[in-house]
Write a protein that binds this ligand. Structure first.
Ligand code: PGA
Length: 259
């Protein structure tokens, strides 16, 4: 089973809509047809940028996929400040990050809410990028697998194999996010391998062989090739380094980078 790599840029709360337009245009000058054939590329701008970025991708026929960083679990209602997954689908958003550790830690997103959001995203025929990961304290206490696999079970239990096959999971050790610390490729592989084994238990071997699993946490052009060489790592969720178009393009072009 060959899985097409997916590299996603999570811009977080950076770049206004003018800067966003420039950023995707610059990125598009650096990426080639071969890159898009080899790798799915998504960018996840803030909500206020989405319409502008969608227009640029559309008008200039740029095959970068549009992504969002978050959404609400309901389709509409009295939820001041929230964004419906239906609105995102209308903007041709393909991927929605869900359960990012910053949402879990700073905005109280629980496993239960994450699971409802996955339902809501799937209902709109978008693909969730489901984040999981442990804190440094949990890693040092030897609880990495139990933490991560609990998050995975909660997100994926009772989903049918076809649905699970098409999902994206992102393993992001919290201590590696924005810190410059990266899990070694062997450590990342060990956890991602355990995630895939858990998915085989939950949804069957075919779904586990098809589901794409990203690594995230201080990914850069200097460590991407090594990570991508691991058998179970299918891509990256990139924060800081996705704001620099040259650096992000090099990450997408990991095939040309020597580790
Ligand atoms: P980072 O962020 O690449 O800046 O560590 C990754 C993420 O939070 O998705």
């Amino acid at each position: 089973m060959t899985r097409k790599p997916i590299i996603s840029g999570n811009w977080k709360m950076n770049l206004n809509h003018f800067e966003a337009i420039q950023t995707v245009q610059k990125l598009s000058y650096q990426l080639t047809k071969e890159d898009y054939a080899a790798v799915d590329v998504s960018v996840h701008p803030p909500f206020t940028d989405l319409r502008s970025v969608q227009t640029v991708l559309d008008v200039d026929e740029i095959p970068i996929k549009l992504g969002a960083q978050h959404c609400h679990q309901d389709e509409k209602g009295a939820f001041t400040g929230e964004i419906s997954p239906a609105f995102l689908a209308k903007l041709s958003v393909k991927y929605v990050i869900v359960g990012h550790s910053e949402r879990r830690e700073l905005f109280g997103e629980t496993d239960e809410i994450v699971s409802k959001k996955i339902d809501a995203i799937l209902k709109q025929e978008m693909t969730p990028i489901i984040c999981c990961g442990e804190t440094l304290q949990e890693r040092e206490a030897g609880e990495t697998e139990s933490k991560v696999l609990t998050q995975i079970r909660s997100a994926l239990t009772k989903r049918n194999a076809d649905v699970v096959s098409a999902l994206v999971v992102a393993y992001e050790p919290i201590w590696a996010i924005g810190t410059g610390l990266t899990a070694t490729s062997q450590d990342a592989q060990a956890v991602i391998g355990a995630i895939r084994a858990e998915i085989a238990d939950l949804a069957g071997a075919d779904a586990a062989a098809a589901v794409r699993i990203q690594y995230g946490g201080s990914v850069k052009s200097s460590n991407i090739a090594e990570l991508m060489a691991m058998p179970d790592i299918d891509g990256a969720l990139v924060g800081g380094a996705s704001l620099e178009t040259e650096e992000f393009a090099k990450i997408v072009q990991f095939r040309n980078v020597r580790s």
